[in-house]
Design a protein around this ligand. Structure first.
Ligand SMILES: Cc1cc2nc3c(=O)[nH]c(=O)nc-3n(C[C@H](O)[C@H](O)[C@H](O)COP(=O)(O)OP(=O)(O)OC[C@H]3O[C@@H](n4cnc5c(N)ncnc54)[C@H](O)[C@@H]3O)c2cc1C
Length: 492
């Protein structure tokens, strides 16, 4: 790590009054890379020091996408340099041990640490003994826009967690997109306007590329070398690892994506991976961009309300809602008001197709290819293709969640366990389409879920056969084990 260490070394304070010893120290996890909130925003940089940990330890084998690892490491190193330039002292620890193991001796040496509450279950759990022993003082995590009280109070009566109820509550509390107590435009959601097909017009923007510097190169060399067995393609020009890169990405999103965000937010196309999605999730999740600022910038845009509201609902609604659900359920380990995290009793392994073995299903193969190529896919491909098929195939939700976790650059333990009321339309030889229905799993359990049609096309693209699958086990065999389709409804 010579380029990084050299750059950092040249910026470190000398011993003495302004040196490391006289400072108040913070631990900054890799998903809090910001000086816009918390002590880094309010206390003089010359009085502060931060500890950053670079550890490749994992509690269980998790073969993260190379691009994801590269973004994490390059962002951490660049954040260290940026903070050192502000005059903050840096303690950059590298190791291969759990967070607590690396942090404990440092915390003792520095006389204790403060940190904003970790968003990740795994880190909270690992650091708990240090918190209990008083070595770490936990401060509120100010990167979020909403409070636990808002979430808990919204559902105090119903006991059912619904995003729309939470979102309305947050809109009312914050006054965002509200006028005299009423939602701007007369409605809280403009979803009916936001379901347009995209047929190529207006053209979808190309995401920006970012300068490749010595630190990014060093990180990509490290990953290509000792972590070369990890999956996915590594593209150093697609790493928004510096503060300046984050600003470039966000300016592009505001200008090129937001005006058309709403109408096409639920569209899928093989001609654009991105459509008008902003790709900011990885930077929201690592703290480079803050939700509050994104919402303020989008409110300041002169764009149609359907796009403005559509984006704000994702960031202030869905994202915050999922964060509270995640916190209340200990990272989906227990779901008090919804039963077990595996309500369908699904236990099948994830098919090899998710790791890149061609399945013959055009939609699945295409989305999977995109993910391993870029570490990205927008929410519709995640939900409607990957999650839907996995639900139909009775894949163990934990396996699917773990797959999302390693495959996506932005993935930080957000759950994919509960996807319902879904509709899938896939291209190519087969089309799978689902409707909500009551059905029975192959293990004999009743559930309200989806209903699967398999269409087979002839050479001219006309539907040749249609079969309905009342149980997911049979659909699995038809789609993946090449079982003969019984033409329940031959169409010619
Ligand atoms: C099955 C499934 C798994 C997902 N896993 C993750 C994950 O691991 N990590 C993650 O950050 N997001 C996850 N999401 C949410 C969402 O798909 C991604 O955040 C989004 O696609 C990122 O792309 P973008 O920044 O271009 O989003 P845009 O469409 O431009 O949206 C802007 C921002 O809104 C938020 N957002 C958008 N859609 C959602 C949503 N459905 N739920 C919560 N927040 C949303 C994200 O922060 C996103 O950056 C998942 C969604 C689904 C359906």
């Amino acid at each position: 790590m010579s380029a990084f260490r050299e750059a950092l070394g040249g910026l470190q304070p000398e011993r003495g009054e302004a040196g490391p010893a006289g400072r108040r120290w913070l631990y900054v996890p890799a998903d809090q890379l910001t000086d816009r909130v918390g002590p880094l925003a309010t206390e003089p940089p010359g009085e502060l020091g931060i500890v950053l940990l670079e550890t490749l330890w994992r509690p269980r084998p998790r073969v993260d996408h190379k691009q994801k690892l590269a973004l994490a490491l390059a962002s951490l190193r660049h954040f260290a340099i940026e903070q050192a330039r502000r005059g903050v002292a840096i303690r950059y620890e590298v190791g291969d041990a759990p967070y607590a193991e690396l942090l404990e001796p440092v915390a003792r040496e520095l006389g204790g640490l403060r940190m904003m509450e970790a968003a990740e279950y795994e880190m909270r759990e690992s650091l708990e003994p240090l918190v209990q022993s008083g070595l770490i003082e936990v401060l509120p995590n100010e990167t979020w826009m909403t409070s636990r009280a808002q979430f808990v109070e919204t559902f105090a009566e119903s006991g059912r967690w619904r995003m729309d109820a939470f979102y309305r509550r947050v809109r009312r509390d914050s006054g965002i997109l509200m006028e005299s107590g009423k939602p701007v435009g007369g409605r809280f959601s403009f979803d009916p306007e936001n379901r347009r097909r995209w047929s190529g017009e207006p053209p979808a923007p190309e995401p920006p590329r970012f300068p490749v510097d010595a630190i990014k190169r060093e990180v990509t060399d490290l990953i290509d070398g000792s972590l070369g067995h990890h999956p996915g393609r590594l593209d150093p020009a697609r790493l928004p690892a510096t503060r300046a890169d984050a600003e470039t990405l966000w300016s592009w999103a505001l200008e090129a994506c937001l005006p058309c965000f709403g109408p096409f937010e639920d569209a899928m196309s093989v001609d654009s991976r991105n459509l008008f999605h902003t790709r900011v999730s990885a930077l929201l999740n690592n703290g480079r961009l803050l939700a509050r600022r994104l919402v303020e910038d989008v409110l300041a845009l002169d764009i149609p309300i359907a796009s403005q509201e559509g984006f704000i609902r994702q960031v202030m609604g869905w994202r915050e809602f999922m964060r509270h659900v995640h916190a209340e359920t200990d990272g989906f380990r227990r779901l008090p008001s919804h039963g077990q995290p595996n309500a369908l009793g699904a236990r099948e392994p994830l098919p090899p197709a998710y790791w890149g073995t061609p399945s013959g299903l055009f939609c699945l193969d295409r989305v999977v290819e995109d993910v391993w190529e870029t570490g990205y896919g927008h929410h519709i491909t995640r939900l409607m293709v990957l999650s839907n098929l996995a639900t139909l195939l009775a894949v163990d939700p934990r396996e699917l969640t773990d797959w999302f976790w390693v495959a996506y650059v932005d993935a930080y333990d957000l759950s994919t366990c509960r996807n319902e009321d879904v509709l899938v339309l896939a291209d190519g030889d087969y089309v799978v389409r689902q409707h909500t229905m009551h059905a029975r799993t192959h293990r004999g359990q009743d559930y309200t879920n989806v209903y699967c049609f398999v269409f087979r096309f002839d050479d001219q693209g006309r539907i040749r056969y249609l079969t309905e699958h009342w149980n997911t086990w049979h659909a699995y065999n038809v789609l993946f084990n090449n079982f003969e389709i019984e033409p329940a409804h031959p169409l010619d």
